[in-house]
Design a protein around this ligand. Structure first.
Ligand code: AMP
Ligand code: ZN
Length: 108
């Protein structure tokens, strides 16, 4: 399958990794829309967050936990966790991922 996030998980294309668990990885979004913009991604392929919720609920909880941990590390604690689901909602990569965004980096 030609999936860019599967390739990042496999180490076949580079990304700025910020964290990892057994089930999930986190890396910087290549085109940040906020001062903090981190993607949290399941290591296994699911097309979107709805599929992930049904196919691997443990993986979804793990992803939210990793994202929350990184948000606490990099922001003052206020952050958004969002999941675009479907083309019309703005999804462009069809491997489930959460966007952690924040306007309040910790060291500013
Ligand atoms: P979405 O539009 O919700 O599917 O989000 C996809 C996100 O992936 C966008 O914010 C892109 O900037 C980001 N993105 C695409 N390719 C890469 C990449 N190679 N490394 C990091 N982020 C990427
Ligand atoms: Zn994938």
């Amino acid at each position: 399958m030609d999936c860019i996030f599967c390739k990042i998980v496999a180490g076949q294309i580079p990304a700025t990794l910020l964290g990892e668990t057994e089930h999930s990885i986190a890396f910087k979004d290549i085109s940040p829309r906020q001062p903090i913009h981190i993607l949290v991604v399941p290591k296994t392929h699911h097309s979107n967050v709805a599929d992930l919720a049904f196919e691997d609920p443990t993986g979804l909880v793990d992803l939210v936990q990793l994202g929350s941990k990184l948000a606490a590390e990099y922001s003052t604690g206020s952050f958004r966790l969002s999941f675009n689901t479907g083309i019309e909602a703005g999804q462009s990569v069809f491997h489930a991922h959460g966007h952690i965004t924040s306007n309040t980096p910790k060291n500013q």
